[in-house]
Design a protein around this ligand. Structure first.
Ligand code: PAF
Length: 304
């Protein structure tokens, strides 16, 4: 089985290392217009720091027009939500029609905008709470362990051998037969933690303070109104407990949105609270709290 990883950021590199450790030898595909670390067909060494250990692994890096793309059975897409369409679209005609796409990003949305372009190609979705920090273009440090959930959305189901290989390779991973529900639960976590930490410039743990409780409940109430319209079965108590648990477990972390703004990067707000806002409009609902958070984050994003 040949796996490719599109996007060699922190999560892409972490998964590459985990797949390689399980003997799967994934190929790496940097996004178009990002300077490749290696020429097409060249091996490049990547480093993973884990606790006091340092692991070095060589990966084959493919160019966007490599003939090897046709050999892929699975393409794991680890770029940011707002990069998915632009990164994936030019590659689709170069992949074998049976090559499965697995999207792994914060937020929701690209699976809907891509649906018409996939022409029946199998699509799986995933979400991960593993965390890693990029120290340089080919060097990361794992900063958090956590649950990874993967499931099928459309097209042929994932073959059992591929499922087993992925679940064995990725620590803390599980198969989800209701992947959209799992992604909505993660959406709730991100809809609370990401904008609040970015606006108040605090770490995740700071949101345990009582002053945030009212806003947290309001965000979740609004999310539940939209989820209900979408036929996604979620309860306030379960979501609230999950959000509080993630705040506790990742207390020392600075969220990805906090870090994006700190480094002058665009955020994933359009795919998190903005996704809720956009879906709400379809149902004639208004989401005052989520819309306010979108406006505040947009005002903090770099202009261009
Ligand atoms: O985006 C993030 O930072 C993470 O998904 C999470 C779970 C909120 C932890 O920081």
């Amino acid at each position: 089985m040949q796996i490719g990883i599109l996007g060699v950021g922190a999560i892409g590199q972490l998964l590459a290392q985990q797949l390689a450790a399980a003997g799967l030898e994934p190929w790496l595909l940097p996004r178009a217009n990002t300077p490749p670390l290696a020429e097409q067909g060249e091996e490049q060494v990547y480093t993973l720091e884990l606790g006091d250990q340092s692991l070095q692994t060589s990966f084959l890096c493919l160019a966007q027009d490599s003939s090897k793309l046709k050999q892929l059975d699975l393409l794991l897409v680890t770029v940011k939500a707002y990069q998915v369409e632009a990164a994936l679209e030019p590659l689709l005609p170069k992949l074998h029609p049976d090559c499965r796409i697995l999207l792994l990003h914060n937020g929701l949305g690209p699976h809907q905008s891509l649906a018409a372009k996939l022409n029946g190609r199998p699509l799986s979705l995933g979400t991960t709470s593993q965390a890693a920090l990029k120290l340089s273009s080919n060097h990361i440090r794992q900063t958090g362990r956590g649950l990874t959930q993967i499931g099928d959305l459309s097209g042929a189901p994932t073959p059992e051998a591929m499922k087993t290989a992925l679940l064995n390779a990725i620590p803390g991973s599980q198969w989800s037969d209701a992947i959209l529900e799992a992604l909505w639960q993660k959406l709730a976590v991100n809809a609370v933690i990401n904008p609040l930490t970015a606006i108040h410039r605090v770490n995740n743990g700071a949101l345990a303070a009582p002053e945030f409780e009212g806003t947290i409940c309001a965000i979740l109430d609004e999310l539940l109104q939209v989820a209900k319209q979408e036929g996604i079965a979620l309860t306030f108590d379960a979501l609230h407990a999950r959000v509080k648990e993630v705040i506790r477990l990742t207390a020392a972390n600075y969220s990805s949105m906090y870090q994006d703004l700190k480094h002058g990067r665009k955020t994933e707000i359009d795919y998190i609270n903005g996704y809720l806002q956009q879906r709400a409009e379809q149902y004639g609902l208004t989401l005052p709290i989520n819309s306010e958070l979108v406006a505040q984050i947009k005002a903090l994003e770099p202009r261009n």
